[in-house]
Design a protein around this ligand. Structure first.
Ligand SMILES: [Fe+2]
Length: 391
């Protein structure tokens, strides 16, 4: 693929981008340049599917605050289905979900989910609302691309010399008649990703810059990653990329919780193959399926669903929480990831979650913790069990 001047301009622009927003916010430029810390670490916290209106649940906001205070991330990523207030109240809903992050002084970025733009305000306008807040690093790299807010954020080495890591934020769309349901990442987005990754590698002495990708809707490859039972024909609901499945996984193929069949698009636009071909993306993170919080691996790339942080959207109370990635620039061939469940925050000494309107009782949080640990043990018993494939 030929590199265009536009792509190179985008790479240079993104290196300067954080400075632009920092100046807008009247803060120090260095406050918003993403850089590994002196200890070599960089922490990314993910808030998935907060999915609330302008009257944000107190418990959701307090969970965000306590997670931010306890783990002091260097960046927060909103994973889509962030705000779902009707019409003009979307601006207030966005203000509510970013408030804990602004208070903590942490930079943040955003991907959109299938529900954000369903409230009558286009994602382009929602993006402008986010960009009004200090520390918002989200931007629309090439507005002509499918979707809105496709962008990447490089993380500099701790010595400030060179890009050590890269984060891709991709718009996985909403629902379309063409896809017969959830949307998929389109060819122009994939070409932008490949071109930009190539441009970054040129700036990195020809070596690919290791990366992670963040988007709302999961890729169809998750069905093969989970060892879902292939069948020669089936119902349309569980037919992805022309292959029918029964949503029964190989329990040994994943860690964490799988409480509902993942919901990718029925169409595969080739995004995962592009990641494999390019070789920069080691791990991918998604929202969308609120009650799932599993990690699985396919063709060397990790696939992780982040459970919902929202207390006003569908979920179960066993795995509501936030996701936390810890990178170490001394070894960027790997990373640490953990789900931080809400019950652990609610049960921690000094937590104010129990005092919030809408909170569960302490006993309920204790029960949820017990059940989560029990199911994790049960999962380990079934981890050697899988069904044959007939597809
Ligand atoms: Fe959602």
């Amino acid at each position: 693929m030929k590199l265009t001047k536009k792509v190179l301009a985008v790479v240079l622009a993104m290196l300067m981008l954080t400075a632009t927003f920092a100046m807008t916010a009247s803060a120090n430029v260095s406050d918003y340049i993403l850089k590994f810390n002196e200890d070599g670490k960089f922490k990314i916290m993910m808030f998935a599917d907060s999915q609330d209106d302008d009257d944000l649940e107190e418990t959701t906001a307090q969970l965000m605050r306590e997670a931010l205070a306890a783990y002091t991330p260097d960046l927060v990523i909103y994973m889509g289905d962030n705000s779902v207030a009707p019409g003009e109240k979307q601006a207030d809903a966005i203000a509510a979900i970013v408030a804990p992050v602004i208070e903590a002084g942490v930079p943040f970025t955003v991907v959109f989910g299938n529900h954000d733009q369903e409230q009558g305000v286009p994602n382009e306008d929602l993006l402008k609302e986010y960009q009004k807040f200090p520390g918002c690093l989200a931007y629309d790299a090439v507005p002509s691309l499918y979707g809105c807010g496709n962008h990447n954020l490089p993380i500099l080495a701790s010595n400030g010399i060179g890009v050590a890591f890269n984060l891709w934020m991709i718009d996985s769309g909403t629902t379309t008649a063409e896809a017969g349901g959830y949307d998929y990442v389109r060819e122009d987005q994939i070409n932008w990703y490949k071109d930009t990754a190539k441009a970054l590698s040129l700036l990195n002495g020809g070596e690919v810059v290791p990366a992670m990708a963040f988007q709302h809707i999961i890729v169809p490859e998750v069905y093969d990653a989970l060892g879902m039972m292939k069948i020669p024909f089936g119902v349309g609901e569980w037919t992805f990329d022309g292959q029918a499945y029964l949503p029964i996984p190989n329990f040994g193929s994943f860690t964490g919780f799988l409480f509902e069949p993942p919901c990718p698009s029925h169409i595969n636009g080739g995004q995962f193959d592009a990641w494999v071909e390019t070789g920069d993306v080691m791990a991918t993170f998604y929202g969308h399926d609120h009650v799932n919080s599993f990690t699985t691996t396919y063709e060397g790339i990790d696939i992780t669903t982040v459970p919902t942080v929202g207390c006003n959207s569908y979920s179960n109370d066993m795995n509501r929480g936030v996701g936390l990635i810890t990178l170490d620039e001394n070894d960027l061939t790997t990373y640490e990831y953990e789900v931080l469940p809400m019950y652990d925050f609610a049960l921690a000494e000094g937590s104010k979650i129990l005092d919030c309107e809408g909170a569960l009782s302490k006993t309920s949080y204790q029960f949820n913790k017990f059940m989560a640990e029990f199911l994790a043990k049960l999962h380990s018993v079934f981890s050697g069990f899988s069904l044959p494939s007939f597809g």
